[in-house]
Design a protein around this ligand. Structure first.
Ligand code: 1PR
Length: 586
């Protein structure tokens, strides 16, 4: 089905292109005279020819900077085959073009300029050809961005893309499911109604009198920002339709087939703001027979308490992930829990799990375990960036770093210097901090007095076994096997500085106990950092979810055991949260 040619690579075709691009700067200036208007009289040396490509083909501009597997999967799921852009001419000849911008603004513009894609895109858009930009694919249409800049954009839409202002009390990146304020002129959003869509970004474009004619919806996150634009056949969305479940797929479907009649009534007034997320987590490892299974520990011990002492087997990863998607999980995390000792790129089954899952699961997927520099038995060196790249290519939207982030934080605290060399720094520089989660595995250590240790100590809500009133949370590595000289508080602050976009906060004491999240710990960390925090470990009932959202600033709550054992359904958790007035995606 899909065209077999490899996607366009930034390094190829630079000289082979028969089309000479004029400077995008001149495009930018010519539009400035006429802000907000598509310059249909724009004179270009590039011309658009009517194409006879079949209705089921969509052209995809993948300039090789990250994960576009999700959008490919969504398009295939909707019955379309994909033609990859190889040359600027492919853009001009497209019947419909999707541009899922990934990575950072400056390198993306650099590639587009050097390859003549910038001019081809502008011409295509000026000619009012069917276009859908996604995320960075929306931002690049503006005049410039502050991201590592200012950097000039394509200049199609008046305005500058800037960073969310965290001093307004919001967490940056903006990660999660938010509501749109949809305008009139937006057919592709027809089925959205008041449903949530998935966003993940730190930069945004702001509505102004100069770009208001372009805006088809806005979203509120500390301020109103542009969540979609539309003019004629040109559309772009800041959210990720390919990661927004059925609602997102309907947006894609309507772009691909504008004649589609309205199929369903938009649901009434549920979504109004950023929802709290409910995440299902799959701890994955090989069992003693060598099969990759979903397992689950008690305080990180995943072996049965029987004579055989087998690794607990709670199901198959791909099947369970598919089930949780249907059940309404807002995200799914895979943790390769023996990744610290195995080499994940040697662990091809895990890569396969990701590939198969991403074919049918259209919510964000996070994968963790073993992300670090590695030298294999033959002496070949793999950087953590290569490991992460393979995970992204296989369908991950975010990667999660455990042990290696602890070492990086220790080093940073000791030296006070950001070397830029840690896996955390490198991956977040290349893929953006919204793509990097740090998973913390702390263990409670009771103390009698706050000055007993050089780490952040908190007064406990419930005293320790010997009446201790205080504790600190010691970070561990290698799946809880080794305690390190750093607390969860110190680690969280350090990894935020080093470029983490989100924290997955486990707690070894609570893991698998079903007695509720460690509220003291979640409060401590979610009050100390400006990035989203996912509360994890200990959920036993729906009430535990409302408790953690009511009493802490956690953005999401994750559970494993209760979902695997079907003791509590994701749907019941969400119904309970709605009853308690906590906004969730339904
Ligand atoms: O150190 O970068 O290789 O990453 C290893 C990853 O594997 C880390 O994210 C670490 O948290 C995870 N991990 C390692 N060993 C275990 C284990 O269980 N033996 N699992 C493990 C972590 C904790 C959560 C669990 C919640 C919710 N498991 O993932 O899902 O505690 O459980 P519950 O709802 O049943 O209470 P690296």
């Amino acid at each position: 089905m899909e065209a077999t040619a490899a996607p366009f690579s930034p390094t190829q075709n630079l000289s082979s292109s028969s089309i000479r691009a004029s400077s995008p700067t001149s495009l930018f200036l010519s539009r400035k005279k006429n802000p907000g208007k598509v310059n249909l009289k724009f004179k270009s040396r590039l011309s658009v020819r009517a194409s006879s490509t079949s209705d089921s083909v969509v052209t995809l501009l993948d300039y090789g900077a990250g994960n576009v597997r999700s959008i490919r999967n969504a398009l295939r799921h909707l019955g379309f085959s994909i033609k990859d852009v190889q040359t600027p001419g492919d853009i001009l000849n497209a019947d419909r073009l999707i541009f899922p911008g990934v990575g950072a603004f400056a390198p993306a513009m650099d590639v587009l300029n050097k390859t003549g894609m910038a001019e081809a895109l502008c011409t295509y858009i000026d000619n009012d050809r069917p276009f859908l930009g996604i995320c960075l694919g929306l931002q690049l249409l503006f005049e410039s961005s502050e991201e590592n800049g200012p950097v000039k954009g394509l200049g199609v839409i008046p305005g500058t893309v800037g960073r969310f202002d965290s001093s307004a009390g919001i967490r940056v990146p903006h990660i999660g499911w938010n509501a749109l304020q949809v305008g009139n002129d937006s057919e592709i959003l027809e089925d959205v109604g008041n449903r949530h869509l998935y966003f993940v970004h730190s930069y945004r474009a702001i509505p102004s009198s100069e770009n208001k004619e372009w805006i088809s919806s806005t979203c509120n996150y500390g301020e109103s920002f542009i969540s979609s634009i539309r003019r004629g056949n040109v559309h772009a969305v800041q959210f990720h339709p390919e990661k927004s479940g059925e609602t997102g797929l309907s947006v894609l479907r309507r772009f691909l087939d504008p004649k589609l009649p309205a199929t369903q009534k938009p649901m009434e007034g549920k979504a109004s703001k950023l929802a709290k997320r409910v995440i299902a987590c799959l701890d994955v490892r090989s069992n003693d027979k060598g099969d990759l299974v979903v397992t689950k520990g008690d305080q990180y011990d995943v072996r049965e308490q029987s004579n055989e002492n087998e690794v607990r087997n709670l199901g198959k990863p791909v099947d369970l992930a598919g089930q949780y998607y249907k059940d309404g999980a807002d995200e799914i995390s895979f943790l390769n829990i023996t990744g610290f000792r195995d080499f994940p790129l040697g662990d091809l089954p895990m890569i396969q799990v990701l590939r198969y899952t991403s074919e049918n699961v259209f919510v964000p997927l996070t994968v963790g375990g073993g992300i670090r520099d590695f030298t294999d038995a033959s002496g070949r060196y793999y950087s953590s960036l290569e490991v992460a790249a393979e995970y992204f290519r296989s369908g991950a939207d975010k990667i999660s770093i455990g042990s290696d982030a602890v070492y990086a934080a220790e080093e940073f605290i000791k030296s006070g210097v950001k070397t830029g060399k840690s896996s955390l720094e490198q991956i977040s520089r290349v893929y953006g901090n919204q793509a990097v989660v740090v998973s913390i595995d702390p263990r409670r250590v009771y103390v009698n007095h706050p000055d007993d240790v050089p780490y952040k100590v908190i007064r406990l809500t419930n005293p320790g076994p010997n009446g201790e009133e205080y504790a600190w949370y010691q970070c561990t590595v290698s799946g809880g096997r080794e305690g390190r000289p750093i607390g969860a508080y110190e680690l969280a602050k350090a990894v935020e500085e080093l470029g983490a976009g989100e924290i997955l906060l486990n707690c070894i004491d609570c893991d698998g106990q079903g007695k509720g999240f460690d509220i003291d710990l979640v409060k401590l960390i979610s009050d100390s950092v400006g990035i989203p925090v996912i509360a994890s470990s200990g959920a036993g009932t729906p009430q535990h979810f409302s408790e953690v959202f009511d009493t802490t600033n956690a953005s999401a709550a994750l559970a494993a055991g209760i979902f695997h054992r079907k003791e509590v359904l994701i749907q019941s958790v969400k119904e309970h949260l709605l009853e308690k007035g906590i906004e969730v995606r339904i």
